[in-house]
Design a binder for this molecule. Structure first.
Ligand SMILES: C[S@@+](CC[C@H](N)C(=O)[O-])C[C@H]1O[C@@H](n2cnc3c(N)ncnc32)[C@H](O)[C@@H]1O
Length: 308
């Protein structure tokens, strides 16, 4: 398989992770191994543990990173279990942690994984390690549950209308494919009469389903808690988000950890309980030349922190 995947915000990621120091780095979302490869190339003193919930991504990444021998290890699992997965490999402290959320191009480009509304495939959307598929959600959630899901995880304005159309359609026949769902969404949203710029009307509904199937936002909350505790003093955390729901969780959680615990008596944060210093006051966005070369990087936002 052709691994022609360009990692997002690569130079910026390397800047904040500073792998030239050497040390042990964890890539919580190994994907096709692009970021991990750059970390390993930065210094012969770098070791990387790569985690991914997608067994197929791990296979591809392992092949790509074979030449680094023992400096590269992989673990299959969800990053919400980060501390446990690392403990299983005998690791309790690390020098840097990277998380690059979202789907990989490997997942997106394979019709049978069901992530893309541009390709016709089964409504699956499992990245790995979930029991429920998108087809299960579409078939079993009530109209109210679907509407709430589309609103909450898709920030979809027409959530109710789409939910109603799905429930109506599934009474006649089960909804099995990305193409069928896309058609239902388009019709419910007025056949594209209302323009939303260049964004496909199915975008937000597909995003909501993917988040639900993979419990993506809960995963991120768990990850951040554990990641900062695993870092050695001076260790770095870099997180790449791709939409505002992800970025909001990262921003708020990092801000709280930077502020420290609030003293119940004075109501002020206690300096000595600060765990990190946030290094990015604003999220770092890709430069226009990166977006031109790699349109998938368009929505990437990077936040970084240093363990105190
Ligand atoms: C955008 S890709 C990463 C690309 C990678 N940085 C590269 O340079 O090739 C995101 C990867 O994270 C994985 N992933 C998403 N959520 C995860 C989770 N909760 N636990 C583990 N892996 C996850 C996906 O399976 C996917 O392979």
């Amino acid at each position: 398989m052709d691994i022609e995947h360009v990692p997002a915000l690569l130079q910026e990621t390397l800047h904040y992770l500073a792998p030239q120091r050497g040390g042990l780095f964890v890539d919580c979302t190994l994907g096709l191994g692009g970021h991990a490869e750059a970390l390993l190339e930065a210094s012969p003193e770098v070791e990387v543990v790569g985690i991914d919930r997608d067994a197929e991504a791990l296979r591809v990444a392992r092949r790509r990173l074979e030449r680094f021998g023992k400096r590269m290890r992989t673990i299959e699992g969800r990053f919400s279990q980060l501390a446990e997965l690392l403990a299983g490999a005998g690791i309790t402290q690390v020098d840097g942690i990277l998380a690059d959320f979202g789907v990989s191009s490997l997942q997106l480009d394979q019709a049978e994984r069901g992530f893309s509304f541009r390709l016709n495939g089964p409504l699956d959307m499992r990245m790995g390690g979930s029991d429920m598929t998108a087809a299960d959600v579409i078939a079993t959630y009530s109209e109210d549950e679907l509407a709430a899901l589309f609103r909450r995880f898709g920030e979809e304005r027409d959530a109710r209308r789409v939910a109603r159309a799905i429930v109506k359609r599934r009474q006649e026949a089960s909804i099995e494919t990305t193409e069928e769902l896309r058609r239902i969404i388009r019709a419910a949203k007025g056949g594209g009469r209302r323009r939303e710029g260049r964004v496909d009307p199915a975008t937000r509904i597909f995003q909501a389903l993917r988040i639900e199937v993979n419990q993506e936002l809960a995963e991120i909350g768990e990850l951040l808690e554990q990641a900062v505790k695993l870092l050695r003093p001076g260790g770095r955390l870099v997180v790449l988000s791709y939409h505002s729901l992800e970025d909001r969780i990262v921003k708020n959680r990092l801000r709280d950890l930077d502020r420290g615990e609030v003293d119940p008596i004075t109501g002020r944060p206690r300096e000595e309980t600060r765990l990190i210093e946030v290094l990015t006051r604003r999220p770092v966005r890709p430069r226009p030349d990166e977006v031109a070369a790699n349109p998938r990087a368009r929505s990437a936002r990077l936040r970084a922190a240093r363990r105190l």
